[in-house]
Design a protein around this ligand. Structure first.
Ligand SMILES: [Zn+2]
Length: 479
């Protein structure tokens, strides 16, 4: 069989899932997500692993819940260069071996007007997205900005003809110091784009860290978004920082609450790629020391994003189906987490963000009403953020209107009580790892059990009923 034939067969396989033309993009969007079940389609950024061998990165794709790879070139990664060195045929067989597709090729250096050959390569690989930057004057506002974006779109037209022919969407990332930088520039681009083949790669990192603004922007851009970077500003990525500060760019680590963002993505039934992302300093190194550690870090963010999605799903459900506190009092509904014995592993505890460490390790308190689980009513289990030990059941949660999640009972043996440093209150800590949870109060007569565990949301993680509990991490297996 000649090479051409095999390549076109591969293309047929990999491009089967998403149509390439405007009509099929729209049809896919309607078809895949008509139901309430909304998920993010993950793509793994190869540069998260620096200059690691592309075969090694491909082996990680599925482990991160992704189905596709975003091939990054130097200086961030070098997997795009590795593709050239290997040759397309060898590379395609690697893809096939790992059952991974190329979701995107990132190409800043070529720029938006230099992508013709890259689009043809993408086409041969079955890849339908190329990310690049915009081109034009910077720092404009109002009508000047609009006409500059219109000029850019005009200049893109011959290139979009190639994009249409090759089935590639050219996604322009909003970027600092670029024509396409501000929310307005992104809106103009979406509005003036003559074709779904000129799209947007949405990077929250480069935008104001304002959840309302970001959510509204996602809603107004809608279908024009082809790539969503799950990436926040944190403390930036331009200077060398201690690793824990650098990692604040990752979802769930820095301050940005992604819940309103995923709510907006859900509202628009977003069907493009999502890439959990950060930049290390210097560029070209893996974000953490080992391939396994990078994958674990990406999964940590993915778990966080799923929690955000779960919260959104819970909020949008009607409340009638959920039994009220009064109805469930005294009647313990069967929760599958109760019947399973939690797996235990020996190892280091989950890494904590600065805010998590402040509460769990320094007995800090999150502000009332701001924790993520105060209003959560879904069935499931609350586990320790640091060691995953089961702490509380949703059945024991009640609305205390105090601004923090409240429970009138703990899972047997999960919580240790001790006199608080103030000598007055009773502190509660995780019985396994000693992480600070909050305080327990008795005699308030809020429920029949007359007990209120007042717990910081940040000290816990919620695992929805039906989802697998992560193993509990212990320092040493008991004899
Ligand atoms: Zn713990």
């Amino acid at each position: 069989m000649n090479k051409k034939h095999r390549l076109s067969r591969r293309r047929a396989i990999v491009s089967g899932a998403v149509g390439a033309t405007a009509a099929t993009i729209a049809a896919h969007r309607l078809g895949a997500f008509e139901q309430g079940d909304f998920r993010l389609r993950y793509m793994l950024g190869s540069c998260m692993y620096g200059y690691t061998d592309v075969a090694e990165v491909l082996a990680e794709v599925k482990k991160t819940g992704a189905t596709a790879i975003d091939l990054w070139p130097k200086v961030h990664g070098n997997q795009r260069e590795q593709l050239s060195e290997l040759g397309e045929e060898k590379f395609i067989s690697l893809l096939r071996r790992h059952d991974v597709r190329v979701g995107c090729i990132t190409q800043y250096k070529l720029g938006p007007f230099g992508l013709q050959d890259e689009m043809r390569l993408a086409n041969r690989l079955g890849c339908q997205t190329i990310v690049t930057g915009g081109k034009g004057p910077k720092g404009l506002h109002g009508s000047e900005l609009k006409s500059a974006v219109a000029d850019f779109v005009e200049q893109m037209k011959p290139h979009l003809a190639v994009a249409e022919e090759t089935g590639v969407r050219v996604a322009i990332e909003n970027h600092g110091n670029n024509l396409i930088e501000s929310p307005d520039s992104m809106k103009w681009l979406a509005e003036l784009s003559p074709s779904p083949h000129l799209a947007i790669a949405f990077a929250p990192y480069h935008l104001p860290q304002d959840t309302r603004l970001l959510g509204n922007l996602i809603r107004s851009l809608g279908d024009s978004i082809a790539v969503f970077y799950a990436w926040q500003h944190g403390m930036g990525c331009m200077e060398k920082l201690p690793k824990d500060q650098e990692l604040l760019q990752m979802p769930g680590r820095g301050d940005l609450d992604f819940t309103p963002l995923v709510a907006a993505l859900r509202d628009i039934r977003y069907s493009g790629w999502s890439e959990i992302f950060m930049h290390p300093v210097p560029r070209g190194i893996p974000i953490l020391d080992s391939t396994a550690a990078v994958t674990a870090e990406i999964n940590r963010s993915r778990t966080y994003l799923q929690e955000c999605l779960d919260r959104v799903a819970a909020g949008s459900q009607t409340s009638e189906k959920r039994p009220s506190i009064q109805q469930t009092e005294g009647v313990k509904t069967m929760n599958e987490h109760d019947t399973e014995t939690q797996e235990r592993i020996v190892g280091p505890y989950n890494e904590l963000s600065q805010h998590e460490a402040y509460v769990l390790l320094q007995q800090g308190t999150e502000p009332p009403g701001q924790g993520g689980y105060t209003m959560t009513k879904d069935p499931g289990t609350y586990i320790c953020r640091q060691c995953n030990a089961r702490l509380y059941r949703s059945d024991d949660k009640f609305e205390s209107h105090c601004g923090w999640p409240s429970f009138d009972d703990e899972i047997d043996g999960a919580v240790t009580r001790r006199t608080d440093a103030d000598g007055r209150r009773v502190e509660i800590v995780c019985a396994n790892c000693g992480g600070h949870l909050g305080h327990v109060f008795e005699g308030e007569r809020m429920t029949e059990k007359n007990t209120r565990h007042c717990v910081n949301s940040i000290s816990m993680r919620f695992v929805k009923k039906g989802r697998e509990l992560p193993p509990m991490i212990v320092k040493k297996e008991e004899e």
